[in-house]
Design a protein around this ligand. Structure first.
Ligand code: GUN
Ligand code: ZN
Length: 434
């Protein structure tokens, strides 16, 4: 249906390819640039001076000069049902699930509770400039209905799925291989391709699914060519030892998923902190992606992911917040944490690389690299507008930068959701700070 045209003017900054392979040309900026948006997509982008003539008379022009206009951020791993347990004290993964995550998820059989948490989650990510997320639901189908209904209302491009979990969790959270498959089929029919929503088959992780349920997940993935596979992998050493006990015949954690047909180019694995070289090589060959979740890996004491090892193996990597194991909804904070972890690995990530991981790299990890993640003609107009003067410290520090890369890097280390001046979803303002 026709939607009014709009133009957004500001300091356009985008990464249009992987800086590791494309080099200098990957980062594109227009210090006084404009994006013309028609029918929710970018129809022109470039210098304001060159494009002003192409803006149809009467088109509203949102003036964000002095601010950075980026593609909206892409969070490749999060749990919207864990919004209320962010920052919970004292435990590592397995205890944390029992103490905090599972009790919180039990409440999502109540559709009104699920809808209320979905509203808070969407308000919070849009305030942080995130316009696409790949999220876990809970094992309750109503959790996924609530998430996709909220996404439809907001017009966002989102991917989610019902958790498949038929063992090693409270009885109220368990499904069966059969009921999990039936619920998943029904949710795919109800939501996949509805608005901008997409579905991900979502076994929680190997320890909470029987081999029979993992096999069913593989069948669902094979039957539905457009859906993703979303799960956790090699996050924590105790978890990995448990997987070895539960699946004695498998040749390691990744192989448990591989035997079920779950390792392919539509697969997104959260964490992958402790993968072997052979596992990284297998993921690279299969085209699978890793969602690196730095704030979660630190907060839950899981370990230090090596972006260098993954990149050397040719594995696609993007960034995830992993709310509520992660501590921030902000992809800027997540970029900062990724930088800090890489420092401990002897690698200093530069600003173009960090921005790529949080935008186009995320879009590519989700199979959406042709639709979102950069400011290019034909892409969906999901935008984050960042204010380098959002706080007194940011303003003071930003004034002391002498290049775009330096300014971007400072945003990644000092900024958070307070720096989001506006967020656009398919060309419409979805959040305005002032
Ligand atoms: N592994 C299995 N479930 C979870 C979860 O909810 N959060 C994290 N971080 N890891 C998991
Ligand atoms: Zn997670």
């Amino acid at each position: 249906e026709p939607s009014p045209a709009r133009a957004v003017r500001g300091h356009l900054v985008t990464v249009v390819d992987d800086p590791d392979t494309a080099g200098e040309g990957a980062l594109v900026e227009h210090p006084d640039g404009v994006i013309l948006i028609e029918h929710g997509r970018i129809s022109a982008v470039g210098d304001h001076g060159a494009l002003a003539d192409r803006i149809p008379p009467g088109t509203p022009v949102d003036d964000h000069r002095g601010r950075i206009v980026s593609a909206g951020f892409v969070d490749t791993h999060t749990h919207y049902p864990q919004t209320g347990i962010v920052g919970a004290h004292g435990t590592q993964l397995i205890d944390w699930l029992d103490t905090y995550a599972f009790p919180a998820e039990l409440a999502f059989t109540d559709a009104e509770h699920a809808a209320a948490v979905a509203r808070v989650f969407f308000d919070t990510i849009l305030r942080a400039g995130t316009t696409t997320a790949l999220s876990f639901g809970t094992s309750s189908a109503s959790s996924v209905d609530a998430f996709f209904a909220e996404s439809l209302r907001r017009g966002t491009r989102m991917i989610a799925g019902k958790v498949l979990m038929d063992r090693h969790a409270p009885a109220g959270l368990l499904d069966t291989a059969e009921s999990g498959a039936a619920d998943t089929e029904a949710l795919i029919a109800r939501w996949h391709g509805v608005g901008r929503n997409g579905y991900a088959v979502t076994p929680r992780f190997a320890p909470t699914s029987t081999p029979a349920q993992l096999a069913v997940a593989g069948e669902l993935l094979a039957r539905h060519p457009g859906v993703l596979l979303h799960t956790h992998l090699s996050e924590n050493l105790a978890e990995i030892a448990w997987v070895r006990e539960l699946f004695p015949d498998s040749d390691g954690y990744l192989d448990v998923y591989d035997r079920a047909g779950l390792v392919g180019d539509r697969s997104v694995f959260a964490h992958g902190v402790h993968l072997t070289d052979a596992e990284l090589a297998r993921m690279s060959h299969a085209g699978a992606a890793i969602a690196h979740c730095p704030t979660s890996n630190l907060f839950l004491g899981s370990g230090l992911f090596s972006l260098r090892r993954a990149a050397d193996a040719g594995v696609r990597v993007a960034l995830g917040t992993d709310i509520g194991g992660g501590t921030s909804f902000s992809m800027l904070r997540t970029m900062g944490a990724a930088y800090e972890i890489a420092q401990l690995d002897g690698v200093s990530l530069d600003a173009p690389r960090l921005l790529y991981l949080a935008t186009l790299g995320g879009g590519r990890a989700l199979g959406l690299g042709d639709r979102i993640g950069s400011l290019e003609v034909g892409k969906e107009a999901d935008l984050a507008v960042l204010d380098p003067e959002a706080t007194e410290l940011l303003a003071y520090r930003s004034a002391r930068t002498s290049s775009l890369e330096e300014l971007l890097f400072v945003l990644g280390t000092l900024a958070d959701d307070r720096a989001t001046a506006a967020t656009y979803v398919a060309g419409h303002p979805a959040y305005l700070r002032d």
